[in-house]
Write a protein that binds this ligand. Structure first.
Ligand code: 5AD
Ligand code: SF4
Length: 473
């Protein structure tokens, strides 16, 4: 699964970011929509598809929900907490609706299926509910809702990939963009709700992916992140070329667009990432030296209960292989603490595996039982909450130590940084990333560099989260 985060995919779920309207394009908009997104990068990417569909249908974006005709929440259901957050937001929107009765409120995304009855019928909190595969029907559903009908479409599809829709880049820095290459997931990790909320896995037409990346490059973007719940199982039969496009081949096609276009991807399942992918990365300097490889747990017994289909030893061997092909590769992971039956020994196995892999960064969570998942049906959620949280705290502290250690090793080295914009703290500094996905901040110091440029930066200092350096001319 996914996050950004700024280019993390699989972010810990991002919390309700409103979309800032950019250039509205040349179209005339009769009405205004507001959209707020939660969850993984895939969900943020979907909001860009929704924006495109709405633009085509006369809706322009606003960053202010009090003036919107249509207010949308694109929801996530990966953990329980997200549900309460969404409910609170919906109550706030309802208050605006009291003085603006024509305003429509909609729930999109992963919560749609599960909560449609509650939100729409029992609590009458929303006017429309639309699942992740039904966004093309949104304009029709808005019309239905306008005429006072209940507007719902939560059908999942076997083939919808929105391949032909050009996403409207929301909240973009104009340098980095996410490109969805597949949807859904066929893995059955026992803790995960995604196969239920997003349906079966399907790959998007390779030609449309490459065209979208070319278009982004021509518009000045310099980095694309190819997104999917499990990118390594990408598969497209290109009938005209009589060619099977695997993920490795897709990576190559995108890398060949231009050496100045950086290519990233997320997320890889350790069981599926192939040597072919690693060797393709090795061949192209513009495919970034960074792999997000969710481990979830370091205990073979827990991995088995999670249905991850690899062992601790197998994962370690995968890390070894990655580092032997790509010695300078950055690594990050996802970890869940307190999964069903997890003992202190299992937890120590997770900690020792973290030390083995020496992740640059991790997204860490405590286990949250999700209705309908394999684990919810088969296993008792038997680790007390305080134990889950204490273990999470230990994992977070270990990761902070590892991140700082790894960053300290970078002091004195020089990295090519793609400038993404001003640093968050000061407009006198640039902020960008190395190929390993590390955030690097450095003074502009009278140089004529711009957003989207590549610059060599020598690292002089660091925190656990950021490298600090200086341009070397
Ligand atoms: N509880 C806690 N964390 C979860 N994740 C997925 N499902 C759950 C759950 N039920 C985490 C996994 C996944 C990331 C996106 O979210 O680590 O890789
Ligand atoms: Fe993304 Fe949906 Fe999973 Fe949340 S539940 S992380 S939005 S796929």
């Amino acid at each position: 699964m996914l996050g950004s985060l700024s280019s993390k995919i699989h972010d810990e779920e991002r919390q309700g970011e409103a979309y800032q309207p950019g250039v509205a394009g040349k179209k005339e908009f009769r009405k205004k929509f507001y959209i707020e997104s939660y969850g993984c990068q895939m969900n943020f990417s979907d909001s860009e598809i929704v924006a495109s569909i709405l633009n085509e249908n006369g809706f322009g974006a606003t960053a202010n929900y009090t003036e919107a005709d249509l207010v949308l929440l694109n929801t996530c259901s990966i953990r329980e907490k997200a549900e309460q957050t969404v409910r609170n937001r919906l109550h706030i929107f309802r208050q605006v609706k009291v003085s603006r009765p024509g305003m429509l409120i909609g729930v999109l995304g992963c919560m749609a299926e599960r909560l449609k009855e509650k939100f729409l019928e029992e609590e009458k909190l929303v006017d429309l509910v639309v699942g992740p595969d039904a966004y093309r029907t949104l304009p029709g559903l808005v019309e239905e809702a306008e005429s006072g009908q209940k507007a719902v479409n939560v059908l999942l599809s076997r083939d919808e990939t929105y391949a032909d829709i050009s996403p409207v880049r929301l909240d973009s820095n104009g340098v980095t963009a996410f490109v969805s290459i597949m949807r859904g997931c066929n893995n059955m990790c026992s803790f995960c709700v995604v196969p239920f909320t997003r349906g079966r896995e399907r790959s998007r037409d390779a030609g449309s992916i490459v065209r979208e990346c070319i278009d982004l490059f021509e518009r000045g973007y310099r980095e694309v992140t190819l997104l999917g719940q499990n990118v390594d199982s990408y598969y497209w039969m290109d009938e005209t070329a009589g060619q099977v496009v695997t993920f490795a081949l897709l990576l190559e096609k995108v890398a060949l667009i231009d050496p100045l276009l950086r290519v990233r991807f997320s997320t890889s399942h350790p069981k599926d990432i192939t040597d072919e992918v690693l060797l393709t990365m090795q061949r192209y300097e513009n495919i970034c030296r960074y792999i997000h490889l969710p481990v979830q747990s370091g205990s073979t017994r827990i991995l088995q209960l999670m249905n991850r289909t690899y062992t601790r030893e197998w994962y370690r061997a995968k890390v070894d292989r990655i580092l032997s092909v790509l010695p300078d590769c950055g690594l990050s992971t996802d970890i869940i603490t307190g999964f069903c039956t997890e003992t202190e020994e299992d937890h120590q196995d997770t900690m020792s595996l973290m030390q083995y892999a020496r992740y640059d960064m991790s997204y860490m969570f405590f286990y949250s039982e999700r209705p309908g998942t394999l684990a919810a049906r088969r296993y008792a959620d038997d680790v007390p909450e305080e134990v889950k949280k204490r273990r999470l705290d230990e994992v977070v502290r270990l990761q902070n130590r590892l991140s700082l250690e790894k960053n300290k090793e970078d002091v004195g080295k020089t990295f090519v940084v793609l400038i993404e914009g001003d640093s968050k703290k000061s407009a006198a500094d640039w902020r960008g990333r190395s190929t390993q996905n590390k955030v690097i901040v450095f003074p502009k110091t009278g140089s004529t560099r711009q957003k989207g440029d590549y610059v060599p930066v020598k690292i002089e200092d660091c925190t656990g989260a950021t490298l600090l350096g200086r341009i070397v001319e």
